[in-house]
Design a protein around this ligand. Sequence first.
Ligand code: FES
Length: 359
Amino acid sequence: MAAPRFHELEIAAVRNETPDAVAITFAIPDDLGDTFAFVPGQYLTLRADIGGQDMRRSYSICSPLSEAGQRTVGVKHIENGRFSGFAQTLKKGDRVQVMPPQGRFTAQIGGAHDYLLLAAGSGITPCLSIAKSVLAGEPQSTVTLLYANRNSSSVMFLDDLNDLKDRYTGRFTLTHVLDEEIQEIEVMNGRLDAPKLETLAEHGLIDPKSADAVYICGPEPMIRSASAAMAALGVDEDRIKFELFTPAADAAPAPAPKPKTNGATHGAKVDIVLDGARRSIEVDAATDTILTAAEKSGLDIPYSCAGGMCCTCRCRIVEGEATMDQNFSLEPWEIEAGFTLACQSRPTGDRLVLDFDDQ
Ligand code: FES
């Protein structure tokens, strides 16, 4: 399988979801139907030149599997976020560079299961795709969704969620948890953290132990807290799925490269195999990762988050050795099999060969 590449897609529709969030629908031409096939829970990476800077950000698909010929993503504006601010200006007919669906926070549709979805803020987007796809594609399955927001005006996809409640009575349960707005039922007020989840379980509003899978998506502290709560409530680790997404990185500058080498590697020669071609670059491991060195050399390698979270930059070490600054996405078996993340990798010797085509 080849490394993912960008395709220019036309925007078919833009819908305001909240005062600071939009749903952007891309038209998928027939000849790109297979390329943009997806599994519920995956995301698209968008790319744009913003103020002379090549920027890219990943946004989860909120469309259900049944929606043919288009893919919709939800984009919430982050304060000082250059890309999310740019996204709010997009309109029907605009064309945007989009990478095919990626990501491992997925639900394979089929069978009969009880799903528990825990979402906060724009973390609803992959959960909405999963909920819609499960309810339509698994007639015996149930979905319980806890959705946390500051207040009712910051709830994204409210019409879609209410529609699911009406259409799938008895199979879809939705509970809103609001932090800055008092609801009648006390337990639904506050943050969706470990104490709240334990209280909700005590009140019988959720039953994590009987869930076949728990999907958690939101800011990192919420994910950490909710995952710990699920484990404490008896959910096996392999039934807890979460996705780190990085709104903070949208506003923050890229972290400075850290010198982290196992030896002197000034000017290591690194060969990069990509799309069947081989190019050599020099990488000073004290100052650059493979990604930053490739960018300096004008070599366009696949990436999205640049933070070790998304796996878009995954490649295989064919020769030599490298160390990663951080890794939130590769599984132990992948590291054993020689895979690494180019956005986090630095050579530890003077010679390294990386293959992006060997996926
Ligand atoms: S670009 Fe996301 S892990 Fe490297």
